[in-house]
Ligand binder design. Structure first.
Ligand code: BDR
Ligand code: CA
Length: 322
């Protein structure tokens, strides 16, 4: 029975596509809409990639094109990681489906208003959601969960030593969202590393499925496999967005979490987009409370997942691709 409604915001490239497949094939949730934002690739390409993925899944979920650049910075894409089309440069067929006419931001506002209690997951920069919040800050009351793939809590980033890509692309938007009072569950990039990487054995298993979705996952991540090897030294497919999707679909996949104040660095060049986490809860301390006053005022803490049930998460991904 599908009783949960979810909205997915994505800068669709190779790992986003796998996350979309997981949601579209899951029988417990209804995907109300996919809204697209510029990030890994430009927004037009990301929209084509989202539409292509929905077609592969035989889904007619509406797809909305959104912001084509961050709130106040120029767009910097990650074609070096995902390929120039975001899907490993295989020249996939043009889609038959087209994006809806409405802008993603108006779609987000309408969908939240008509489906109170909806769960949101963001797989790209937070520009669309920040724009929606600017227009209607009270939307937070109608959102039951907001799972954010983004940030590098208390660890190194993947785009700079300090920051993870989705937050780094549009730190001002991330700050608006993290300060909004939305019930945020932050799924940092580090959860997709180490044993969570789909290694050569996992890829061989996917190949044995011989299913179109498993084959697509391997081919769409071709460039990402090379980039991940250069970046981290690990061989295999890193899947940050599917980790977030797994936790959205099955909250129990997060084995350890904590509620913390988090703020986003927007001023410094060195640490742009850093997710500064008050892991020891010292923000109230007199030494810090002036700098942290804006964050402390809001009282809302961010739920950070520290540990993923890798085995069960991989099984969930596999199930979607079979
Ligand atoms: C995030 O950045 C993008 O490149 C991926 O799609 C993922 O959303 C990982 O840092
Ligand atoms: Ca993404």
């Amino acid at each position: 029975m599908r009783s949960r409604h979810i909205l997915i915001d994505t800068d669709t490239a190779s790992d986003d596509a796998v996350a979309l497949i997981m949601a579209l094939r899951n029988k417990e949730v209804t995907v109300a809409a996919i809204t697209v934002v510029a990030g890994n690739v430009g927004v037009d390409q990301a929209t084509r990639n989202a539409l292509y993925t929905t077609e592969l899944c035989g889904s007619d979920v509406p797809v909305f094109r959104g912001a084509d650049k961050p709130l106040s910075r120029s767009l910097e894409i990650a074609d070096w990681f995902h390929g120039s089309d975001g899907l490993g440069d295989h020249g996939y067929m043009p889609t038959r489906r087209e994006a809806e006419r409405d802008h993603a931001v108006s779609a987000i506002l309408k969908i939240i208003a008509t489906r109170p209690g909806i769960e949101i997951i963001t797989l790209g920069s937070l520009t669309n959601l920040a724009l929606a919040l600017r227009e209607k800050p009270s939307l937070v009351a109608d959102v039951s969960r907001c799972v954010v793939m983004g940030g590098a809590p208390c660890c190194e980033g993947n785009v700079t030593p300090a920051a993870e890509f989705n937050i780094w692309v549009d730190p001002e938007a991330a700050r608006i969202v993290f300060h909004s009072g939305l019930p945020i569950e932050m799924i940092g990039w580090q959860l997709s590393r180490g044993s969570a990487v789909f290694d050569t054995l996992d890829i061989a298993k996917l190949k044995r499925f011989g299913s179109p979705l498993a084959d697509f996952t391997i081919s769409a991540n071709r460039v990402a496999i090379e980039a991940n090897k250069i970046q981290t030294g690990q061989i295999g497919i890193a899947l940050p967005d599917p980790v977030a999707m797994g936790i959205l679909l099955r909250p129990g996949l997060c084995l350890e979490s904590g509620d913390h104040y988090v703020d986003i660095e927007t001023a410094s060049e060195l640490t742009r987009g850093m997710t500064v986490v008050d892991r020891l809860n010292v923000a109230h301390d007199p030494r810090n409370c002036i700098v942290w006053s804006e964050t402390l005022k809001r009282e809302a803490r961010i739920k950070i997942c520290w540990k993923l049930d890798v085995e069960r998460w991989k099984a969930l991904v596999m199930e979607a691709l079979r």
